[in-house]
Design a protein around this ligand. Structure first.
Ligand code: NAD
Length: 322
């Protein structure tokens, strides 16, 4: 049984979930269905992943077959950058809910603190970063306050049980907390041994905001995009020190990296289409790393961020981003 994290909204969030970025639409329904069968209850989706219809089909099949009930699932989705204008938030959430075939999300996040000009879903969906679908970045004037106020009304209307933010740094969190009537329940951030962000974790803890780590294996997720620094860095999953720590507990490097996060109180959302790794990632909670091993892994910190919006603001980087 996966333990739950109590959110400041009063709801329980499973500490281990399943990430849906880069799960191709052609397999997403089966992947979600199999992940539910493997025991996953939290699914981390987004408009930008372009697979919400298919993910919803996997959920519907599992519910229909009686494997799980809707209320046992914890479905997360995210507001894409082009829908930050206050009047665009509710309509796009309603579309995303319809795509999933759901009446409510358990958690809905501002995906990035980056407001871009509206792109009508009939023109292109998901819209991606570029206004013309090629290279043009067009900012919108929406402030985070305007967007957050619209997010708060989602809770009032029952469209999402909890709301939160992603890719926010401390300064933005402080700002948001000044006016938030509904406090963010979670902060989802890139977090792995090369990017620990301990001060941000401390702030979130002090403010009662749960933190979800994404890209827990560091460069692994970004090597396929030919990012130079992701290619050059030692892959954490192959690192001899991480491997040696795993050997002590009879665990693989992925389980060590995931446990390093969960043992420090974070939620995780690894993604894997293979049944074996799906299961081993989910079962990464049944051992405890020693304090010394946790310190050794935290000592990898180099402040290296792979998910950096400014990296995509050029014509050379035309890929849909997580
Ligand atoms: P990940 O760490 O889950 O996966 C990285 C790579 O590792 C993938 O190729 C995967 O197949 C592989 N892998 C998974 N389990 C493994 C194992 N046990 N052994 C060896 N290899 C394994 O990275 P991710 O997809 O970047 O992040 C996870 C989820 O976080 C995403 O699917 C998405 O839901 C979310 N995310 C959110 C944002 C955001 O901006 N909020 C950004 C990136 C990712």
């Amino acid at each position: 049984m996966v333990p739950a994290i109590k959110l400041n909204s009063g709801f329980d969030m499973p500490q281990v979930g399943f990430g849906l970025w880069k799960v191709d639409g052609s397999i997403a329904s089966d992947v979600v269905y199999n992940a539910i069968k493997a025991g996953y209850r939290l699914f981390d989706g987004a408009c930008d992943y372009g697979n919400e219809v298919e993910c919803g089909q996997g959920v519907a099949r599992a519910i229909k077959e009686g494997i799980v009930k809707r209320e046992e699932l914890f479905i997360v989705s995210k507001l894409w950058n082009t829908f930050h204008d206050g009047d665009r938030v509710e309509p796009i959430v309603r579309k995303q809910l319809a795509d999933w075939g759901l009446e409510y999300f358990d958690l809905y996040l501002i995906h990035f603190p980056v407001a871009l000009e509206y792109v009508d879903p009939s023109v292109r969906y998901p819209p991606g970063w570029h206004f013309d679908g090629k290279s043009e970045i067009r900012p919108s004037k929406a402030t985070i306050q305007e967007t957050w106020t619209a997010m708060e009304s989602l809770v009032e209307k029952g469209l999402s049980k909890s709301i939160g933010v992603s890719n926010f740094q401390a300064q933005l969190l402080y700002d948001l907390l000044r006016y938030a009537k509904v406090r963010p329940a979670t902060l989802q951030i890139e977090h792995h041994p090369y990017l620990v962000q301990q001060n941000l974790l401390n702030l979130a803890k002090a403010e009662g905001i749960a933190v979800t780590a994404y890209s827990s294996f560091g460069p692994a997720s970004f090597r396929e995009f030919n990012m130079e620094h992701a290619q050059k860095l030692q892959p954490l999953l192959e690192d001899p020190t991480i491997k040696a720590i795993g050997d002590k507990y009879n665990k693989d490097p992925a389980q060590v990296l995931l446990r390093w996060a969960t043992q420090r109180g974070l939620a995780i959302i690894p993604k894997s289409s293979r049944e074996a790794t799906m299961k081993s990632n989910l079962n990464s909670l049944d051992f405890d790393l020693s304090e010394e091993d946790i310190k050794t892994i935290s000592g990898f910190d180099r402040g290296i961020r792979f998910n950096q919006p400014t990296n995509y603001f050029s014509a050379e980087n035309l890929w849909i981003f997580g």
